[in-house]
Ligand binder design. Structure first.
Ligand SMILES: CC(C)(COP(=O)(O)OP(=O)(O)OC[C@H]1O[C@@H](n2cnc3c(N)ncnc32)[C@H](O)[C@@H]1OP(=O)(O)O)[C@@H](O)C(=O)NCCC(=O)NCCS
Length: 177
């Protein structure tokens, strides 16, 4: 039986190998990868599909900004070649999307095949509303609202998240005599 679980550190080499086989080195040239460079996937939304001890699939999400709005970038979702068509990709997405919603995320975007992602509710981003920081077929840019109305807030360039700036609290008040 296929089980969906949170990704653990020991899954990473198996996931990397699966991604490598499925996408090859060409993936690094893709604009979606630019958005992931130097950024960690959201750990609570990184899921794996296992059957017995065999990794069947993986799904990750990345934090992005769309203009000033925080959102999630879905991908890659990947399923072992000889295990496709068993519903594993959909199971991974349904689990992670439900978790993203429970965590309070508002909007997910991705670049992919609309007929596939429509199965879990994705729709094409209206023309002209968002762009990517590099070449991409914008007709393949899809969105899923986790909160009704969130799409209207997401306008502009999809970019890497701005790191939180930690302001050190001063240890003692400054007293001016
Ligand atoms: C895309 C992928 C993750 C789907 O995983 P999967 O476990 O086989 O998918 P599921 O079994 O959950 O869903 C199968 C259904 O989706 C359809 N489907 C799968 N890929 C599709 C695509 N690219 N476009 C349209 N429909 C697709 C199947 O025809 C099937 O439809 P049906 O249920 O009506 O018969 C898998 O094919 C894969 O790993 N591909 C290589 C990596 C990739 O391209 N990932 C997506 C880009 S990030």
């Amino acid at each position: 039986m296929v089980e969906i679980a949170r990704e653990r550190p020991e899954d990473v080499p198996h996931i990397d190998a699966l991604i490598d086989v499925c996408f090859g080195p060409g993936r690094f040239a893709k604009t979606a990868y630019r958005l992931r460079e130097g950024v960690n996937p959201v750990p609570e939304l990184s899921y794996v599909a296992y059957e017995d001890k065999d990794l069947r699939g993986s799904l990750r999400f990345w934090p992005v900004m769309i203009g000033p709005m925080k959102a999630l970038l879905l991908g890659p979702v990947v399923v072992q070649h000889d295990q496709r068509g068993r519903g594993i990709g959909i199971m991974l997405m349904e689990k992670a999307i439900a978790e993203a919603k429970a965590m309070g995320h508002r909007l997910i975007v991705l670049v992919g095949d609309e007929p596939y992602y429509a199965k879990v509710g994705f729709k094409p981003v209206p023309k002209g509303q968002m762009t990517m920081p590099g070449p991409v077929n914008l007709a393949r840019l899809l969105y899923l609202e986790l909160v009704e109305g969130a799409l209207a807030e997401a306008k502009g360039v999809i970019s890497r998240p701005v790191p939180d700036i930690k302001v050190a609290a001063s240890s003692a008040p400054v007293v001016v005599a």
